[in-house]
Write a new protein. Structure first.
Length: 127
């Protein structure tokens, strides 16, 4: 995958994380996908389990916004550095992180998300 193809995929994929549309987001993933993020360090295998996770996750964070900062092509996909704005009550947490994204036939087959979520967890703590 070249840089322009990776950026084009990001333009379709990243907006799907906003607006609590888990089915639309899951549609960009392949059936045998593997997904991992800081909340699921052991990962999730398969689109059905990923969709169930997205339904819960996006319901909690319907208004977060993810944008591509930079991409680096790798064999079969790309590494993405992203920025996220995550509203939590009256606060907005701004995060930067990285994803490893592997793609086959236009669908994401592997998505590993890496960032320090400690600021997000602190903001979510209820007094």
């Amino acid at each position: 995958m070249n840089r322009l193809d990776a950026l084009a995929l990001c333009e379709r994929w990243l907006p799907l994380w906003t607006g609590n549309r888990p089915e639309d987001l899951a549609a960009i993933y392949a059936g045998g996908v593997f997904y991992r993020d800081p909340a699921k360090p052991g990962g999730i295998s398969g689109k059905a389990d990923l969709l169930a996770y997205f339904r819960k996750l996006l319901a909690v964070f319907p208004d977060w916004v993810w944008t591509a900062d930079e991409v680096w092509p790798v064999d079969g996909g790309f590494v993405l550095r992203w920025k996220a704005r995550i509203p939590v009550d009256e606060k907005v947490i701004e995060e930067t992180g990285m994803d490893l994204v592997l793609v086959e036939n236009g669908l994401v087959t592997r998505n590993e998300v890496y960032f320090d979520r400690s600021a997000l967890l602190l903001a979510m703590e209820k007094p």
